[in-house]
Ligand binder design. Structure first.
Ligand SMILES: Cc1cc2nc3c(=O)[nH]c(=O)nc-3n(C[C@H](O)[C@H](O)[C@H](O)COP(=O)(O)OP(=O)(O)OC[C@H]3O[C@@H](n4cnc5c(N)ncnc54)[C@H](O)[C@@H]3O)c2cc1C
Length: 492
């Protein structure tokens, strides 16, 4: 805590912070409200006096792929930056949600500088992210979290962990304050620009921005998944069985980069489909449990695989708190059943066990903002290009249970405009990651981690530039930022 606040936050802010931390209370003898009252720096919120924790240039809410990239790039470009994260690790779904690996955008030269640096840092720590065949980024969640911490520290980002954004105060079409719940209680954070990286458009929704959720045709969100890791796997035995005995050639890379998959509801047929179907016949697993199973080796964690399952039935909602909570218990049961079935029957899994459960349920899609530009399915098929593009992708439309599109022809891609990150409603808000302004179907293509990192990177650069040039974030023209400062320049 001390370290993370040491660089850009003033002694006065530190003193205020001391009022709301256990250490601070011991040092000052003050409770948070008294400390705030002494300096006159408190606000009234819900009939309570709450301390103003700090006053920064840019406050980023959510420390996932998009939020960490935004924070590092805002700070590197000179902004006093605060990153708020409700967990105790950065990386979002990629770390807390056990989502692994980064999928490939399928677009040529799509890696923006931040992604290039991330991959180089993985290599420097002994994790080679390239398997020599596919373009997906194999990493290691714990090392990724460490790297993200390091990048924030080096850039001078202040992180507030275990801190939940609960509300915002707005006036005149601007967010003035974020209300957060810290380990010590409620507090206020003031900033000139706010970046919503919650994945759920939470900051946008509490600030009055228009939003959508789910598929307009069914009202359903994409299905939730409760991902986990299994250890104790004999991956060589598994490889011999799947790749050599069953002659499954779907995964072309070799150990230590290996994945297995079975997805009964997809057009593509996998050799393990019959294996899972047998479990349904014997009653050991349900049809829902059998329908989606995928597992990837994790680099640097020998004998451990990241399980992309269970996929929880779509009747459980990513946007209804009661249904979401039921999905957790239901998903955990599914997880146990799948694990037991693999242990009992899949060669290589004889001594396996569940070694890690996600601490964040996997929401592929929840709420999405309605911004200045609304990306739609046609933008994918038409390979739309925009002068104010912040990145490119060609990852296919992967709306589980609704639509799985054909891939774009090799070398083709579409771009994501800065205008999909901003709204007419709030002038000092930039929205990043999987909740930008996009239709349900298009979001199913733009949501993968590399794209979210690149979107966040651009938002950080844009926020710092807007502040330096006294431009509202939602009036900023990305093309006016000198090209050498931009993370991406449109090829359109
Ligand atoms: C099951 C599943 C499988 C997937 N498979 C892949 C894959 O194989 N490869 C791939 O590249 N992508 C995959 N994805 C997509 C990808 O993981 C996400 O779309 C991506 O992580 C979104 O990044 P983000 O920054 O928008 O948000 P998130 O990763 O959701 O991060 C949001 C962060 O904000 C924090 N937060 C949220 N609300 C608050 C709050 N109120 N206060 C404070 N903090 C808050 C969260 O704790 C989290 O750290 C998958 C997703 C799912 C769910």
């Amino acid at each position: 805590m001390e370290r993370s606040f040491s660089i850009p936050i003033s002694r006065r802010d530190l003193f205020k912070l001391a009022g709301v931390t256990a250490v601070g209370i011991a040092l000052s003898g003050n409770n948070p409200v008294e400390a705030a009252e002494k300096t006159g720096e408190f606000i009234k919120y819900a009939d309570k006096k709450i301390p103003i924790l700090c006053n920064v240039d840019v406050c980023i809410c959510g420390g996932g792929p998009s939020g960490t990239a935004a924070a590092v790039n805002a700070a590197k470009n000179g902004a006093k930056t605060l990153l708020i994260e409700r967990g105790i690790a950065l990386g979002g779904l990629g770390v807390l949600g056990c989502v692994y690996p980064f999928m490939d955008t399928h677009a040529p030269d799509s890696d923006t500088p931040y992604l290039v640096e991330l991959k180089n840092r993985l290599r420097a720590k002994g994790i080679e992210p390239f398997d020599g065949v596919t373009q997906q980024t194999w990493h290691n969640p714990e090392i990724l979290a460490e790297i993200l911490d390091e990048m924030c520290e080096e850039a001078g980002v202040n992180i507030l962990y275990q801190t939940v954004l609960v509300d915002s105060l707005t006036s005149g079409g601007k967010i003035s304050t974020a209300i957060v719940q810290t380990i010590a209680g409620l507090a206020a954070v003031k900033a000139k620009i706010f970046i919503d990286a919650t994945g759920d458009a939470y900051l946008s929704r509490v600030s009055g921005v228009d939003y959508e959720r789910g598929y307009e045709k069914t009202g359903n969100n994409q299905p939730l998944s409760f991902r986990f890791e299994m250890g104790g796997i004999d991956t060589q035995k598994l490889y011999n069985y799947v790749a050599i005995e069953l002659q499954e050639d779907w995964c072309k890379s070799k150990l230590p980069y290996f994945e297995i998959a079975e997805a009964m509801h997809r057009k593509q047929r996998y050799k393990l489909e019959a294996f899972m179907a047998r479990g349904v016949e014997t009653g050991e697993i349900t049809q829902d449990e059998a329908e989606y199973m995928q597992a990837y080796t994790i680099i640097g964690k020998n004998g451990v695989m990241s399980m992309n399952c269970p996929e929880i039935p779509v009747k459980f909602s990513a946007t209804d708190p009661v249904s979401y909570s039921k999905a957790v218990s239901f998903g955990r049961k599914m997880m146990r059943n799948i694990a037991r079935y693999l242990i009992n029957h899949l060669p290589g899994f004889e001594n396996a066990f569940i070694s890690r459960e996600a601490v964040m349920l996997g929401a592929r899609e929840s709420w999405r903002i309605k911004g200045k530009y609304y990306l739609v399915e046609d933008d994918y098929h038409n390979q739309s290009k925009f002068p104010d593009a912040v990145c490119r992708t060609a990852w296919f439309i992967d709306a589980h249970g609704e639509k799985v599109s054909e891939k774009l022809p090799a070398g083709c891609f579409y771009e994501i405009p800065y205008r999909s990150l901003i709204t007419d409603k709030i002038s000092n808000l930039i929205v990043v990651g999987r909740c930008i302004s996009a239709s349900f179907i298009l979001q199913a293509s733009m949501r993968i981690q590399p794209t979210c990192y690149s979107i966040g990177e651009a938002a950080g650069i844009a926020a710092a530039y807007a502040l330096q040039n006294k431009i509202d974030a939602n009036k900023l023209d990305w093309t006016l930022i000198p090209a050498y400062k931009r993370s991406y320049v449109s090829q359109g």
